[in-house]
Design a protein around this ligand. Structure first.
Ligand SMILES: NC(=O)c1ccc[n+]([C@@H]2O[C@H](COP(=O)([O-])OP(=O)(O)OC[C@H]3O[C@@H](n4cnc5c(N)ncnc54)[C@H](OP(=O)(O)O)[C@@H]3O)[C@@H](O)[C@H]2O)c1
Length: 378
C-alpha cells in the first residue's frame, strides 16, 4: 500500500517484530529526509535556471553578446549615431558636471581605460584643465576621442564667443572640439552676475552665426544646443542657418522622460542627448529603486543603473552618466538592448506619472520666468 511513497514515508514500525526505532535510527531517518528535500530543491532550482536561460536566449533577445556575460545573448544597442556632418558620435559619454577638482582627472582616466571615448564637459564646470591633463596622459589619439563643451551664458555676444572657445580648447589641450553647444537658451550681460540680456536671449541667431564661423575655421566640428524646448528650437531654426543644430542636450530621466520632445526631435532629425540620465545626485537613489527598474534588473542580471542607461540608448538618445566612482564608471559603460516587453514596461512607468524636472535654474537666476516655458515674456 505504501510502496509508491518516497522512502522516508516508510512507517517507523510496521510489524510486531520491529520494536520502536532507536534514537540512532530516528536520526538516520531524519538525515535521509533532509537530504531528499535538499536534492529536490537543487533539482527545481537547476530546472528553473535552464528554463530562464532558454527564455533569455530565445529569438526575441537577439544574438549579440553582452559584454562580460558571454553565456547570454542580448540585442545590440548602437555604439554611435551619425550626425548631419557625417561624424559619428559615441552613444555613451562620461559626464563631468560636479566631478570635483582632484577627482575628475582620475574619473576620465578610468573611463578611457574602460572603453569610453566620449567626454561631456562645459566651460562652467570649471574642471576642463584637469580633464585636459587626463586626456593628454592617456595617450589615446585625438581622432579617437569625442570632446563636447558648452558656451556659457555670459559669452553669447558674437565678440565673446571665440575667446571663450579658445579658453576651453587651451584647457582641454586640443585644437578642436567635436561638439560645441549653446549651454542654455539664455544670455547674460557680459561680466554680469546672471543679468539677463533680453536681446541676445530673444534672438539666438547672432550667437549661432558666430558658432557657424567657428565650424568653418576648424575649431569645432559640430554645433548644437542644450536645454532648448520645441519653441526655442523653432525660434533658432526659423533663421537661414548654414548648419542646423546637430544635437539638443536636455534633461531626460525616469522622472522627466519628455516623450513629446523625443518624438518631435526624431521627426525633425535632431538627436537628443540625455543629461542627468539617472536623475542626477538629487534623485539617483529614487531612480534605482523604481519597482520596474528593480524587476528588470533582477530578470536580466543587470544593475538598476545599467537598466536605466540602456533604456536611454534604446530610446534613441546619447546618454551622459556622471560618476567619479571607478566601479560605477565601468558599470555604466556596459549597456544592452532590453527585450521589447521590458523596454515598454519601463517606458510606460516613466511616462505615466506627472513629469518632474531635476535641473531648473530659473529661480536661482531670478529670470522672472521659467526657462522651460513654451511662451516667454519677450
Ligand atoms: N546641459 C546641461 O545643462 C546639463 C545639466 C546637467 C547635466 N549635464 C550633463 O549630464 C551629465 C550627467 O548628469 P548629472 O551629473 O546631473 O546626473 P546623473 O549622471 O544622472 O547622476 C549622477 C549621480 O549618480 C551617481 N551614479 C552614477 N552612476 C551610478 C551607478 N552606476 N550606481 C549608483 N549611482 C551612480 C553619481 O555618483 P558618483 O559620482 O559619486 O559615483 C552621481 O551622484 C553631467 O555630468 C553633464 O555632463 C548637462
Amino acid at each position: 500500500m505504501l510502496s509508491g511513497l518516497p522512502f522516508y514515508y516508510k512507517p517507523l514500525a510496521t510489524d510486531e517484530n520491529e520494536g520502536p526505532p532507536s534514537p540512532c535510527k530516528l536520526r538516520i531517518i531524519a538525515i535521509k529526509k533532509l537530504l531528499f528535500q535538499l536534492l529536490t530543491i537543487v533539482a527545481i532550482g537547476y530546472a528553473s535556471y535552464l528554463g530562464t536561460s532558454a527564455f533569455l536566449n530565445s529569438g526575441f533577445m537577439g544574438h549579440v553578446h553582452r559584454p562580460g556575460c558571454p553565456h547570454r545573448n542580448f540585442t545590440a544597442l548602437p555604439n554611435n549615431y551619425s550626425l548631419p556632418s557625417g561624424d559619428k558620435i559615441p552613444s555613451v559619454a562620461l559626464g563631468v558636471w560636479q566631478a570635483g577638482k582632484g577627482e575628475v582627472g582620475a574619473a576620465v582616466t578610468t573611463a578611457l581605460k574602460a572603453g569610453y571615448r566620449h567626454i561631456d564637459g562645459a566651460w562652467i564646470y570649471r574642471n576642463e584643465e584637469e580633464v585636459g591633463q587626463a586626456l593628454k596622459a592617456s595617450g589615446v589619439p585625438r581622432d579617437q576621442l569625442w570632446l563636447t563643451s558648452k558656451l556659457w551664458n555670459t559669452f553669447h555676444a558674437p565678440e565673446d564667443i571665440e575667446p571663450a572657445l579658445d579658453d576651453t580648447l587651451a584647457k582641454l589641450n586640443t585644437e578642436y572640439l567635436d561638439l560645441y553647444l549653446i549651454h542654455w537658451p539664455v544670455a547674460f550681460k557680459k561680466d554680469s552676475d546672471n543679468v539677463l540680456d533680453e536681446e541676445l536671449t530673444a534672438n539666438p541667431y547672432q550667437t549661432w552665426k558666430k558658432l557657424e564661423e567657428m565650424v568653418d575655421k576648424g575649431k569645432v566640428r559640430n554645433i548644437g544646443i542644450s536645454n532648448f524646448n520645441i519653441a526655442r528650437v523653432k525660434n533658432l531654426t526659423a533663421n537661414p542657418l548654414k548648419y542646423k543644430p546637430a544635437i539638443n542636450q536636455v534633461e531626460l530621466n525616469f522622472w522627466n522622460p519628455q516623450p513629446e520632445l523625443l518624438q518631435w526631435a526624431k521627426e525633425n532629425d535632431l538627436l537628443l542627448e540625455s543629461y542627468s540620465p539617472l536623475g542626477s545626485n538629487k534623485q539617483v537613489s529614487e531612480s534605482l529603486a523604481v519597482p520596474e527598474v528593480k524587476k528588470i534588473s533582477r530578470m536580466l542580471g543587470l544593475t538598476p543603473a545599467q537598466v536605466i542607461l540602456s533604456w536611454h540608448v534604446q530610446r534613441g538618445t546619447v546618454v551622459l552618466p556622471k560618476s567619479v566612482t571607478p566601479s560605477r564608471i565601468v558599470e555604466n559603460f556596459k549597456l544592452v538592448g532590453l527585450p521589447q516587453p521590458l523596454f515598454d514596461m519601463l517606458e510606460k512607468a516613466a511616462t505615466s506619472h506627472p513629469p518632474k524636472r531635476v535641473v531648473n535654474p530659473s529661480e536661482y537666476w531670478k529670470l522672472g520666468f521659467d526657462v522651460f516655458d513654451e511662451e516667454w515674456p519677450f
